[in-house]
Structure formats: C-alpha cells, structure tokens
Design a protein around this ligand. Structure first.
Ligand SMILES: N[C@@H](CCC(=O)N[C@@H](CS)C(=O)NCC(=O)O)C(=O)O
Length: 210
C-alpha cells in the first residue's frame, strides 16, 4: 500500500500512526497537496490527502474512512473499543478532534491572505471553534492517561493530531500553557515510537492557494 501524506497534515498523521501501531507495511509518499503539481486530485475528487492507494490500485480517501477501513482489514491490535458505549465515546472524540483540525486549517489559510483581504470575523469564528474544542478536550480527558477506556485507541491518535499540528502551524495558539493536563497527556503519548516517527513539520506552499 502507498499512503499519500504531507509532513504537517494532522489527517495523514492519524493514518500513519495507526499503520505504525498495527505494524502494517506501507510506502510513504510525501506531497504538498496545495501545490499545483500534486497527484492527489488524480485519486481523490475532493483533492485532499491522506489517500491510501491499495495494491490493486483502488484509492481510499477521507481520513475517517481510511481509519475505519484499516481497523476492519487489520483488526489487530484493536485500536477501537469493542464495547458499544466506549466505541461511541471514542467516535465523539474523533469527530471533535477532526473539527478542531478543520477550523484550524481554515484559520491558517485566512491568515495567509494579504492583510487587506483577511476577514476578521471569519478568523475569530474559526479561532473560537479551535479554542472551545481544545477546552472540551481538556475538560473531558482531564488527568486521565487515555481518552477512553484506560487504553490507547484511535481517540488518542485523533486527539493528538490537532495538538501536534497547532504547535507547528499556529504556535500562537498556545494550548499547552492554557491546558497543562492536556499538555502532559500529549507529552506522554509523544513518547510512543509511532508519534516520534510522525512529528509534524512545516512544508513550504509554493503555489498560490488563497
Ligand atoms: N476531511 C478530510 C480533510 C483532509 C484535508 O483537509 N487535507 C488537507 C491537507 S492537511 C488537504 O489535502 N487539503 C487540500 C485541499 O483542501 O485542497 C480528511 O479527514 O481526510
């Protein structure tokens, strides 16, 4: 399998961590999805990565779908709880974490606009979602080592994705000072080999996006 990924992408990071945790071999293809020469649109009509290209040539897209596909096709070690309520709790964390990423990316690209073209209300709206999302994560995880069930799940992987991305792409949103327990939670998980191997790094966007 090949995974089209970008070094800062929080969505691709989730999939990379999941594959590493399960020991599923894959070839990492790193692209800048915002540059004109990206191959991503050839595989995903939505033009977004991650894209997982299977050995038979099929291409899977949307990180939530890819996570589910991997979980079903490579069930061991299980990264979702089997208990119904715990499963749904994990899904809620995953949706919240993805929503933080979505708002943070919108904010990031609004900030890339020339100052005269930036919309302050739009940026305030996205920042509010990020802030409130982080508050919800901090409140719900509290001082527990894992988001759900006292064991490592896709919920922890999903929560880590926006936390790591913000450190690289929006360090002014200093969530770790505001939420020290969440910072300790992230720090602990950051010791995992799968996290160390996928630490986000910035990419240069060569072509005009906004
Ligand atoms: N909902 C999508 C979001 C993926 C996404 O926004 N990926 C970014 C990179 S971090 C991308 O490829 N954007 C290119 C574009 O939107 O044109 C997912 O979960 O896979």
């Amino acid at each position: 399998m090949k995974l089209i990924s970008a070094t800062p992408s929080p969505y691709a990071r989730k999939v990379r961590i999941q594959l590493l945790e399960k020991g599923v071999p894959f070839e990492l293809v790193t692209e800048v999805p915002w540059n004109d020469d990206t191959t991503v649109p050839a595989y995903n009509p939505l033009e977004k990565l991650p894209v997982l290209i299977l050995d038979d040539g099929r291409a899977l897209y949307e990180s939530a779908y890819i996570l589910e596909w991997i979980e079903r096709m490579h069930p061991q070690p299980a990264l979702m709880p089997s208990d119904r309520d715990a499963y749904l709790e994990a899904r809620q964390y995953m949706v919240l974490a993805d929503g933080i990423c979505d708002a943070a990316l919108l904010l990031f690209f609004e900030r890339l606009r020339a100052p005269a073209h930036r919309s302050e209300p739009w940026m305030a709206r996205q920042l509010r979602k990020v802030d409130r999302g982080l508050e919800a994560l901090a409140r719900d995880i509290g001082t527990r080592p894992f988001a759900v069930d006292d064991r490592f799940t896709l919920a922890d992987i999903s929560v880590a994705a926006p936390l790591g991305w913000l450190k690289v792409r929006a360090p002014d949103i200093d969530w770790s000072t505001r939420h020290p327990d969440l910072a300790r939670y992230y720090e602990r998980h950051s010791q995992r080999e799968s996290f160390i191997k996928t630490v986000p790094t910035a990419q240069v966007l060569r072509d005009k996006v906004v």
